[in-house]
Ligand binder design. Sequence first.
Ligand code: NPG
Length: 368
Amino acid sequence: MKLTAVELRRIAMPLVAPFRTSFGTQHTRDILLVRVRTEEAEGWGECVAMASPLYSAEYVDGAADVLRGHLVPALVASDVPDAGAVAPALSAVKGHRMAKAALEMAVLDAELRAEGRSFGRELGAVHDRVPCGVSVGIMDSVPELLDAVGAFLDQGYVRIKLKIEPGWDVEPVRAVRERFGDDLLLQVDANTAYRPGDARHLARLDAFDLLLIEQPFDEEDLLGHADLARLIRTPVCLDESIGSARDAAAAIRLGATQVVNIKPGRVGGYLEARRIHDVCAAHGVPVWCGGMLETGLGRAANVALAALPGFTLPGDTSASGRYYATDVTEPFVLDEGHLAVPAGAGLGVTPVPERLEAVTTASEWLDL
Ligand SMILES: O=C(O)CCC(=O)N[C@@H](C(=O)O)c1ccccc1
């Protein structure tokens, strides 16, 4: 497979509403897209790195720099036969999983478009649509939160995830459970905002029959999560701590995770994401597909991944309109709480040129 051109394109996507997590508030998503051209086709990748290194050590300027100066040159020099060879070709570069994931995704998209195969078919999807959850940010008040949750449920979302942090946890969760009833699929995400000393406080969440509590402690604290899992009834789910299939196997063996949030960008790409799915399935550990406020490009790939058999919990695979008034692709629209898995070749979606141009803030074609 010969790469003939690679573009790094930055886009600025304004959110329909501020999105607040324990590590900050997003108003606009500064996204790096990677476009690769081969002799047969063109493919797109989306880097999930945030503008600042607050969710993880990666950030979008750093991802662009490591792609420009290290990853794309290494890939061009390797003359890989297919997308499966991309990760090995990039392995000499340490870390930078989100940057690597974007490049692998673009190569995989180009390869699959040329062969007429969809992401879903390549990854092993067994469903043609997936049930969708939604992530609800930290709000200024409980009434505002209840209005937001009610609106999302009216739109058809089948699962609610509440962002929590110290000072915004038990009361908002109690209010949502009391307002919307015991049947609501409900989980929380702390994004590492707590410490092991908070364990007894977090045990108070057991009263609300949550599906899981996501990443309460630091990403490196597997033992802290294992201790917590022995103390509380709510299943512990890891996100930031799981960077690879190896991490997933270790976390499962240590009892640090009973559920895994798989985010392809976080783990170096969709092929490693499938390996994590396979490791978790082998251990009977359910997985769900996380989100990083992707455009329709990353959203298409995430929905395809979420259709694999081990994805038994609704993911953060929301409709495009949850975050963006206008997506760069045709929008993903919720249908009875589900999104359809794209059936077309590759991602099955492409950017709408005028929409892409409207949000583009920079574009550079690399010298190969
Ligand atoms: O629906 C989505 O795409 C976002 C889901 C979500 O809450 N993502 C969280 C997370 O920690 O999982 C996040 C948001 C912003 C930045 C990084 C992570």
